[in-house]
Design a binder for this molecule. Structure first.
Ligand code: TEU
Ligand code: CA
Length: 598
């Protein structure tokens, strides 16, 4: 067996913490999280073992898609703060020996960006070509039609918006208020780099999470998409939008600038199932991105076509393992690097998605996933609230009208159109799916305490300021799942995450850099894998996903890939349970890590 030898880099060993500004911490009591709120929690993050913070879009924006619709790259959305607040955040992060990366959203801008306002003002405006404009098609009976059949991301609508004034359509793969930039135009690209990247690199940010990193280059002919939803007017076009012909040329251009600043990058790489294609983005030899987010794991249990048109928990553990294996094997024998994440702002909470969020099991589920994550190879990403074991807002305590995400609202519109607006049974199922899948769950205000609004605005409250309701209803379980109570409890999920991150640092050869190899992939309840860096250096991780005890037979020398073993010694290094079960039995939702010696 050949083992990978990955170059040691600080960013490979780093733990990145993702912050969603609107929902992290409100410093002034207006009910909206803000930049000073982030700064006020840096010590908390540093104590947890975080090395890098990733701040989701805090730029000026009309907030149609929570800041992923940017109207000015060079300013901060006023309710979040000012440029000066960002300068303070950057400085204070660095003072604590941490780094900060921002979200780089450059596939599209807001329709309120000055570039788009100019572009739409007339057909001969110099910026007309900065976005994608096309004339209509016409049906046989003369009806005006969009240039192709592509569907926009959030609802059952076309990806083309008709502009009455200039009598053409413009392209938007996301909302109509998020027009796609025309990357074919070199002048546009230059302006993008200058405004979105260099402006912030000069101010000291350490890199970017790059949004929709494979979508900038569209197929020039804009061919119709395959029909996968025969009843729908428009068809998902992700496979055509993603990985277009000039994608790598554009990324090479970006790298030139990023390299000048030594910036680190992590790209959001959806719709790229083939590992060779993924490697092309992250291979060190190509000098492209440092790493990407693959979608295998977070797509488990989703439907093809309309992702949320699926039932909750509709997957098996072997399917989950297969997805895990796909992302973990990316770097075996290659010069690329990968990421480890189970949550982000586009996903529901991992405990609810993949394990069991009932009051009886959620703490154990949280620790099980923390142990899993902490033992996987790649750069580690923790999403805000994950470290305290936040679960989805329960369906019966968080009605549909509390949901705010454009994707959730669009999904309900799609389902009404598909099943009929008065089909109560199907629409209730659709809501059940949202209670399971929706992006809203990761966007609820963080519960810092069990106090007013889950302590979301507690600094303002302490200072005697008036405190408004948060922009999204607080978590109904804030009294049971919050930071302050867990800080005081050695057995809390938070304490366990801290322990896991330290454990990972102490065992980085195996845990950060080691090769991953799954064993017994068909086992329906136990997830088992080996981490190895040589024939001699190995760890075994076993996780019981069932809510009952499970007998377990230790892997033998053959499964461990050890050729000549006289006696194998299993040393228990870590367990999710303060009192581990007997050797041959894993307790309900127990996870363990063993070091193997011969
Ligand atoms: O997401 C892009 C993307 O691939 C998502 O549309 C994903 O398919 C979807 O969220 C699945 O639920 C990025 C951002 O992460 C997301 O928040 C933005 O809404 C989107 O880009 C548009 O900028
Ligand atoms: Ca605020």
């Amino acid at each position: 067996m050949i083992f990978s030898a990955h170059a040691r880099e600080w960013w490979k060993e780093a733990v990145v913490y993702q912050i969603y500004p609107a929902s992290f911490c409100d410093s002034n009591g207006d009910g909206i999280g803000d930049v000073p709120g982030i700064t006020s929690k840096l010590d908390y993050l540093s104590d947890l073992g975080i090395n890098v913070i990733w701040v989701c879009p805090m730029y000026d924006s009309p907030q149609v898609d929570m800041g992923y619709d940017i109207s000015n790259y060079e300013d901060v959305y006023r309710p979040y703060g000012t440029l000066q607040d960002m300068e303070i955040l950057i400085r204070e992060t660095h003072n604590r020996n941490m780094k900060i990366i921002l979200d780089l959203v450059i596939n599209h801008t807001s329709d309120e960006h000055k570039w788009f306002k100019e572009s739409r003002s007339s057909r001969d405006n110099p910026k007309r070509d900065w976005y994608i404009w096309k004339p209509p098609r016409y049906s046989e009976d003369g009806e005006r039609l969009p240039p192709n059949n592509w569907r926009a991301a959030w609802g059952p609508v076309s990806a083309w918006e008709w502009d009455e004034k200039t009598q053409e359509y413009y392209f938007h793969i996301f909302a109509a208020q998020q027009p796609d930039l025309n990357w074919e135009n070199p002048e546009t690209r230059k302006a993008i780099y200058k405004s979105s990247m260099e402006f912030w690199l000069k101010r000291g940010v350490d890199g970017f999470r790059i949004d929709t990193v494979n979508m900038y280059s569209k197929p020039p002919a804009f061919p119709d998409a395959l029909i996968v939803e025969p009843a729908g007017m428009y068809q998902p076009a992700w496979t055509l939008v993603c990985n277009g012909p000039r994608m790598h040329a554009y990324l090479d251009e970006m790298s030139e600038i990023l390299d000048k600043y030594g910036a680190i990058t992590v790209g959001e790489l959806s719709t790229t199932p083939n590992l060779q294609d993924v490697i092309r983005y992250v291979s060190a030899q190509h000098n492209g991105l440092n790493m990407v987010f693959q979608f295998d794991i977070v797509s488990v249990g989703m439907a093809e076509g309309i992702a949320y048109d699926a039932r909750p928990h509709d997957f098996t553990l072997p399917e989950f393992k297969k997805a895990l294996d796909a992302t973990q094997s990316l770097i075996r024998g290659t010069d690329g690097w990968t990421t480890v994440f189970l949550e982000n702002h586009d996903q529901a909470r991992s405990i609810s998605r993949f394990v069991n969020d009932s009051p009886e099991w959620r703490v154990r589920s949280a620790k099980l996933l923390a142990l899993l994550q902490g033992c996987l190879t790649g750069t580690q990403y923790v999403y805000q609230g994950q470290e305290i074991g936040t679960v989805n807002a329960p369906k019966d305590q968080y009605p549909l009208e509390n949901y705010r995400d454009i994707g959730s609202i669009g999904h309900m519109t799609s389902m009404r159109r598909k099943y009929g607006a008065d089909n109560k049974e199907e629409l209730d199922k659709a809501f059940e799916s949202l209670a399971y899948f929706a992006r809203d769950h990761s966007r609820l205000p963080i519960s810092w305490s069990g106090g007013l609004h889950g302590g979301f605005s507690e600094e303002a409250e302490k200072a005697g300021k008036e405190v408004k309701e948060p922009w999204m209803k607080p978590h109904p379980l804030a009294k049971d799942i919050n930071v302050v109570s867990q800080l005081e409890d050695d057995n809390s999920v938070l304490a366990f995450w801290r322990k896991m991150l330290a454990f990972r640092r102490e065992n980085k050869d195996l845990l950060v850099y080691g090769d991953y190899r799954d064993i017994r992939p068909e086992d329906p309840d136990l997830l088992m894998f080996v981490k190895e860096s040589s024939e001699r250096a190995k760890a075994v991780v076993v996780l019981n996903f069932a809510t009952k005890d499970k007998e377990w037979v230790r892997p033998d020398a053959k499964e461990l890939g050890i050729s000549e073993a006289s006696a194998l010694n299993f040393q228990l290094l870590m367990s999710t349970h303060s009192k581990a079960g007997p050797d041959d039995t894993l307790l309900a939702l127990e996870g363990r890590t063993y070091l193997i010696s011969q």
